[in-house]
Design a protein around this ligand. Sequence first.
Ligand code: NAP
Length: 285
Amino acid sequence: MILVAGATGTTGGEVVRLLQERGEPFTALVRSAAKAEALQATGIDTVVADLADRASLGPAMKGAESLFLLSASVADQAALQLNAVEAAEKAGVGFIVKVSALGADSESPLALGRAHAEVEEGLAASGIPHAVLRPGSFMQNFLGSAETIRGQDQFYGSSGEGKIAMIDARDIAAVAVALLTGEEHASGVHPLTGPEALSNAEAAAVLSDVMGREIRYLDVPGDAFKAGLLEAGLEEWLADDLVTLNDLLAEGAEARVTGEVERLTGRPARTFGQFVADCADAFRK
Ligand SMILES: NC(=O)c1ccc[n+]([C@@H]2O[C@H](COP(=O)([O-])OP(=O)(O)OC[C@H]3O[C@@H](n4cnc5c(N)ncnc54)[C@H](OP(=O)(O)O)[C@@H]3O)[C@@H](O)[C@H]2O)c1
């Protein structure tokens, strides 16, 4: 049985959908009985546990042969995921696929990059065979700008003309499922990107083309970008991380395209145009 953490989220939701489609035995780890009920209604096995509650993880891992490990971008992400690694080790889980991030490094200027590196180190120390998926920026981040795209025909950022090889989170899920269900579990670190690197102005042109109206990218200074993020309710450390990330993107930190999605799934990664077409309702006025 495969245990899926993050099953109610963007990437984990697609992992669940793909596993269900393939008829693979799996259990979704969810935080509340209400979320468990919603998934059960669609025929999915669930277990209620919280990565913050170590006592809940032992029973949740029971019978799991492998684990899909993902949680949200919160300040204590590393501690939460290390709880899962510890519980997996005790339960004898045989393989873990962890979603990390491009640039994960203990010296990263990003708190998120350092947190992912800490979990990667914990995984290595555990001795459990594992694969690390290091995706770049998700195309789904554009859904966070859907309101201004609908209302003002524009979106904001501070990554200048930096090109970004964004990935569709559905392709991260496809890679995870390929590794979790493959004949042989392919351990290793996999940097995952989409098939092309686009600047935000180029992404705006794709959005305009697919949506059939002009949508513009407005590049703003880092402090104005941060103010917008705080206004949208982000915690300050995360807003700071995103401003720093945009500075790195402007320098081309995520411009390199890797062929890992195609190599590991046997089909090309989705383009940004495909993503926009599939999510067109979110961007339509
Ligand atoms: N967005 C990007 O551009 C990007 C790029 C690279 C890497 N990443 C990494 O990708 C991950 C986020 O992926 P995503 O966007 O697919 O996730 P997401 O949509 O934010 O969903 C997070 C999932 O984790 C679950 N979760 C959170 N805290 C939990 C806890 N304490 N115990 C059990 N489950 C918990 C959530 O459950 P609930 O429904 O209960 O909240 C939800 O299912 C983060 O690690 C982030 O650093 C993101």
